[in-house]
Ligand binder design. Structure first.
Ligand code: SF4
Length: 211
């Protein structure tokens, strides 16, 4: 079965998959995940090292203020939107959740500036939940392997994966797929020659037909 082959190959490649973002509280993780959109985890870690010295709680983030926050997170890109999201989310946490990060998906996605992918990453890494956050890598690899349709949305992809990935492996699977997408099944020039999934990969089969 395709999913069994995929999981066993990912287990072979990534024995101990991990979250590459540095954080020391649920709130720090939430901020780091917001900053990681369209940015490398490495760069986020450089930025948060400075940011969290000044502001590592919702109230301190609000006290830091918009201008200073923009200035610090500038290297992460999309700093206007990310500043807005971090401040709205921090304000929401104080007003509705007593400053604490909630652990349920519904509550997390009810926070301004927090989307489903961010919420799933937080649930998995801060609360030990078994979720599959669909980022660009998970989505691309899933499409190539025909685990979801070519025109699926991230939400549809998540639902398709939840149907086939065993519940106790979901969080691990997410990390492995992110690493696999970054290091092997890259957006441009995937390393198909060395990949053991060639015989179950729709993308590879289509490519072979063209040649
Ligand atoms: Fe990705 Fe190529 Fe492997 Fe398919 S064969 S999963 S496209 S690296």
């Amino acid at each position: 079965m395709k999913i069994t082959k995929l999981i066993s190959y990912l287990d072979e490649l990534y024995v101990e998959p991990y979250c590459a973002l540095n954080f020391s509280s649920d709130y720090e993780l939430l901020v780091a995940v917001i900053l990681s959109a369209q940015c490398t985890d490495k760069r986020v870690n450089v930025v948060t090292k400075e940011l969290f010295k000044l502001a590592n709680t919702p109230q301190k983030m609000l006290d830091l203020g918009e201008d200073k926050l923009k200035q610090i997170i500038y290297p992460c890109g999309f700093y206007n939107n990310k500043t807005k999201s971090i401040l709205s989310m921090s304000n929401d946490l104080i007003e509705r959740f007593n400053g604490e990060v909630p652990s349920s998906l519904d509550k997390l996605i009810s926070l301004k500036g927090v989307g489903r992918k961010t919420a799933n990453v937080v649930i998995a890494n801060a609360f030990g939940g078994q979720t599959i956050a669909v980022d660009t890598h998970v989505h691309r690899v899933s499409k190539r392997l025909n685990l979801t349709s070519d025109n699926s949305t991230p939400y549809q992809c998540e639902m398709d994966l939840l149907k086939v990935v065993p519940i106790d492996k979901r969080s691990r699977f997410h990390h492995q797929m992110v690493l696999f997408g970054r290091e092997h099944c890259k957006a441009i020039k995937p390393q198909c020659n060395d990949c053991k999934l060639k015989n179950i990969c729709q993308y590879y089969k289509n490519k072979a037909k063209k040649n």
